[in-house]
Design a protein around this ligand. Structure first.
Ligand code: NAP
Length: 251
């Protein structure tokens, strides 16, 4: 059963003060909104994404608002290697003594095909970006997360990652894998670490991905990324201390 944040949850303005948080896919859509929201609640945000110009726009917005100075890590997760993750962890370790949170948000939709018709390389790319990159990043960042008193890992799921649906192919399977990754990691860390790990299904949201998946829908009928931020803040901040291994819905 899905979990929800407490009714009428209101994050305090300094909820994330002093925390350093990595957001993947921070240049657009929900990731962009989460990065801006985390920064506005006091966090130093590490913006990871594949399109430098988009990351720079988010960076400039955060700087203009006089929030803590963010950092940019340009990376195409489709090509992510263990050695790039070692470099990222090394760079973060010199800048920050700990990492307080990771929002694994970047994903691709892939083809909306029957499994019988799915292309091999398309399938592999979706699995690489949506699943393998999460594993690689998490594994390499665990020592920095362990160094924080109460780190939070949020893995982004989807409705089709909880109930399978025809023609959602690799994307849906990748989100089931994300739920599995969350459960295994939460179970492994529960007894021996203060790191909490949860999944979050944003639900239908007005972003480029939703518009690509549902071209006939009126985009503005769906909520904006900004409207989901209470759940993203709750799970990232200390208000969710002790909450782990749960599958959240933002709507
Ligand atoms: P979006 O608007 O397409 O944004 C995705 C972000 O991920 C973009 O910044 C994109 O970068 C980045 N990204 C994609 N591939 C990447 C790669 N190979 N390497 C690095 N970054 C990459 O999607 P969204 O709707 O905000 O989705 C965010 C998350 O919510 C995803 O995990 C998605 O599955 C999930 N979700 C969304 C909905 C919805 O209705 N929107 C519903 C359920 C779940 P570029 O901008 O450079 O392409």
């Amino acid at each position: 059963m899905a979990a929800y944040i407490p009714d009428n949850y209101q994050p305090t303005s300094n909820l994330l003060k002093g925390k350093s948080i990595l957001v993947t896919g921070a240049g657009d859509g929900i990731g962009r909104s989460a990065a801006l929201s985390y920064a506005s609640h006091g966090a130093t945000v590490i913006l990871l994404g594949r399109t430098l110009a988009k990351l720079e726009t988010v960076y400039d917005e955060i700087e203009a608002a006089r929030h803590p100075q963010p950092a940019i890590f340009e990376s195409n997760l489709a090509d992510l290697t263990p050695s790039q993750c070692t470099d990222l962890a090394g760079a973060l370790a010199t800048e920050f003594i700990q990492l307080d949170g990771v929002l694994h948000n970047a994903s691709i939709l892939g083809e909306r095909q029957y499994i019988a018709d799915a292309g091999y390389w398309q399938w592999m790319e979706v699995m690489q970006v949506n699943v393998n990159a999460q594993f690689l990043l998490t594994q390499h960042l665990l020592p920095l997360l362990q160094a924080a008193p109460s780190a939070s890992i949020i893995l982004t799921s989807s409705g089709v990652g909880r109930t399978g649906k025809a023609r959602w192919g690799a994307y849906a399977v990748s989100k089931f894998a994300t739920e599995g990754f969350m459960q295994v990691l939460a179970s492994e860390l529960r007894e021996r670490s203060a790191i909490r790990v949860n999944s979050l299904n944003p639900g239908a949201t007005n972003t480029a991905m939703r518009r690509a998946a549902y071209p006939d829908e009126k985009a503005t009928d769906n909520p904006s990324p900004h409207s989901l931020m209470p759940t993203y803040l709750y799970l990232m901040g200390d208000d969710s201390l002790g909450v782990t291994g749960q599958a959240f819905d933002a709507q």
